[in-house]
Ligand binder design. Structure first.
Ligand SMILES: [Cu+2]
Length: 109
């Protein structure tokens, strides 16, 4: 019984260590004020872990009205943004600091 509890505690701390594991994961990169890929396909009706890498030296803000998300990513850093579950469809996003160039969309299908 005691060893059983210890095992469960160990498993829980392991799960906490790999926080967000178990969700489908997609990656997005910011480089030269552009998002790559500019179209991200994700499974519909599923919570998804989005990792955004900012390869530029300047900060950028991932912003999406449709996804109801905004997050500043410092230059050279990354951010984790959970999105969804999303109904099938397209959800535009942009970089608020470079809105003319940094544009893309999440496609849930
Ligand atoms: Cu904003």
């Amino acid at each position: 019984m005691v060893s059983c509890r210890k095992k469960i505690a160990a498993l829980l701390s392991l799960a906490a260590g790999v926080w967000g594991a178990g969700y489908p994961q997609v990656e997005l990169e910011i480089r030269d004020h552009l998002f790559t890929p500019s179209e991200l396909v994700v499974p519909a009706n599923t919570k998804v872990k989005l990792i955004v890498y900012n390869r530029d030296p300047t900060p950028e803000e991932f912003e999406s009205y449709q996804l109801n998300r905004e997050k500043v990513i410092i230059g050279g850093q990354r951010a984790i943004i959970f999105i969804g579950p999303l109904a099938p469809g397209e959800y535009p996003f942009f970089g608020e600091f470079n809105p003319k160039t940094a544009q893309g969309k999440v496609i849930a299908r």
